[in-house]
Design a protein around this ligand. Structure first.
Ligand SMILES: Nc1ccn([C@@H]2O[C@H](COP(=O)(O)OP(=O)(O)OP(=O)(O)O)[C@@H](O)[C@H]2O)c(=O)n1
Length: 491
């Protein structure tokens, strides 16, 4: 006599087998769907052809997230050897040649199979702006030379062009706020202060600026569903190299054989050629008549006199708007935090003055002690720093403080709102990233629709619900279950 197992009916066996197969299939799909994928990246390259040098930046972002944001990051930068491309006006082909090493470097950094789809841009700033004012044909030839050289690269070259000061300021602002994740989240934005060699930019959003007063300073953006009305201004000739020319021009108006410069260390002594100093549209019309060929540039190291000389290159006398910064340029009330980068950072970092919680008066005092230090001592303390940079830090520090306080109207109270920065989350602060994001349409005007759940959450929920349904099905089939009788069946 054999006791029949109540589960051994064909219906329950079939249901159980199908159920087990379904659960195994679901779990397999869920696991496979959520396995870590080997990330594929896309790349973009921007060359920043500045007045003092050219730099190449490589950016990357996950291939499947072209239209998403907060994900583009700088993976590498390469400093082009030699001066900025505008310095090759008399031998333009050399401007093209100068870029080759960094392009070779980029070829090694970007995977070969991505080369032909990687956009390559060159944007030129204030150095080329000045050259185009001075000699537009020479500037065209320099652009032709760099274009010829970049067309030979395996990348998808998208052209070389001159950025307007307004674009330089606005794209710097986009970069800073993109990297800080402020745009996507619609947070209060950070203003951008950029100090180059030949121009300087200030860009910020102010509640009391809607673009109606001085519309030429207004740039509007719609980013991730938010409207921004940005104030921006670029001051050509107020980058730190051209500002130094302006102060030297101020001190050599009578064509002297020597000057005692308060912005250079005591004991500093260099011979300067008048024609070199005045070889820039920022000062060329002021070249003194009948001056000797050279003058001796002597350092005096006097901070308060240096402040006076630096102040004298700003014009505060006329303003046809409700308020101005300097040279009759409109500026609304300063608002919010500011990121100060490029030469702001190089100089303040060298001077150990990037901490803006140090009171402005203390900063001034420390700078004046530095300026009064004899040139021999300075050279001894910093044997590794390029002499040209080293000689100019006293001037540059004084210029930065004067530009910020007298020029832009930062006060002791608002000075701590400035943060001197070089990089944000590994990417350099500057106009290049914002420029690329704009040209590749990587910042959408409207906020992208995001799915309710991440993919892994979706798969897990579907799995759990299916298992539940299966269990319910088994229970709903109860009437078909064989009954367990207490009496053993006799077969
Ligand atoms: N370690 C460094 C590197 C650069 N500089 C100075 O910083 C200034 C400008 O830097 P940059 O942002 O590279 O300006 P450019 O792009 O060359 O100038 P522009 O934007 O005006 O065209 C130059 O005066 C350069 O001499 C410096 O003082 N210390």
């Amino acid at each position: 006599m054999k006791e029949k197992n109540p589960w051994h009916t064909p219906v329950t066996i079939i249901i159980t087998v199908i159920g087990v197969i379904a659960i195994v299939a679901l779990v397999t799909v869920a696991v496979l769907q959520n396995r870590p994928l080997t990330q594929k990246y896309k790349y973009g390259i921007v060359l920043d052809a500045g007045s003092s040098h050219t730099a190449l930046y490589i950016y990357q972002w996950p291939a499947e997230k072209d239209n998403n944001t907060g994900r583009v990051e700088q993976t590498h930068s390469c400093k082009v050897k030699g001066p900025g491309i505008s310095s090759y006006a008399s031998e333009p082909w050399k401007a093209g040649e100068s870029l080759k090493d960094c392009i070779e470097d980029a070829k090694r950094r970007v995977p070969e199979k991505r080369h032909d789809e990687t956009p390559l841009y060159l944007g030129a700033t204030a150095g080329m702006r000045l050259l185009s004012i001075e000699d537009s044909s020479a500037s065209n030839k320099v652009f032709q030379a760099v274009e010829q050289s970049l067309q030979k690269s395996p990348f998808s070259f998208q052209g070389a062009r001159l950025l307007s000061g307004q674009e330089e300021g606005a794209f710097g602002w986009v970069t800073v706020n993109y990297l800080d994740d402020r745009l996507k989240q619609g947070l209060e934005t950070t203003g951008a202060l950029d100090l180059g060699g030949a121009s300087t930019q200030i860009s910020f959003v102010s509640n009391n600026y809607d673009g109606s007063e001085s519309p030429k300073n207004s740039v509007t953006f719609r980013l991730y569903g938010n409207d921004y009305n940005l104030y921006t201004n670029s001051f050509l000739c107020y980058g730190k190299d051209q500002a130094l020319r302006l102060t030297l021009a101020q001190q050599t108006q009578s064509g002297p054989r020597s000057i005692l410069d308060p912005c250079f260390h005591p004991g500093y002594n260099e011979t300067v050629t008048y024609s070199d100093l005045y070889d820039s549209p920022c000062v060329s019309d002021r070249k003194p008549q009948g001056a000797p060929v050279t003058f001796t540039h002597l350092g005096q190291g006097n901070s308060s006199q240096c402040q006076d000389v630096v102040k004298s290159i700003f014009n505060f006398t006329h303003c046809r708007y409700t308020q101005c910064s300097f040279n009759g340029v409109f500026q609304p009330l300063l608002q919010g935090p500011f990121g100060a980068f490029s030469a702001y950072y190089f100089v303040m970092n060298f001077l150990n003055l990037t901490d803006t919680s140090i009171p402005l008066e203390v900063v001034r005092k420390r700078l004046s002690i530095y300026c009064e230090t004899p040139w021999d001592q300075i050279k001894q303390r910093h044997p590794d720093v390029k002499l040209k940079y080293l000689a100019e830090y006293c001037f540059s520090g004084t210029y930065i403080l004067t530009l910020l306080t007298k020029g832009y109207n930062f006060t002791s109270e608002s000075y701590p709102n400035i943060k001197f920065i070089k990089k944000i989350k590994g990417s350099d602060a500057g106009w290049t990233l914002g420029y690329m994001l704009n040209l590749t349409n990587m910042i959408p005007a409207e906020a992208p629709d995001s799915p309710l759940l991440p993919h892994s959450g979706y798969v897990s929920i579907v799995t759990v619900i299916t298992v539940l349904l299966f269990v319910l099905l088994i229970f709903s089939l109860r009437p078909f279950w064989p009954r367990c009788s207490k009496q053993p069946q006799i077969i």
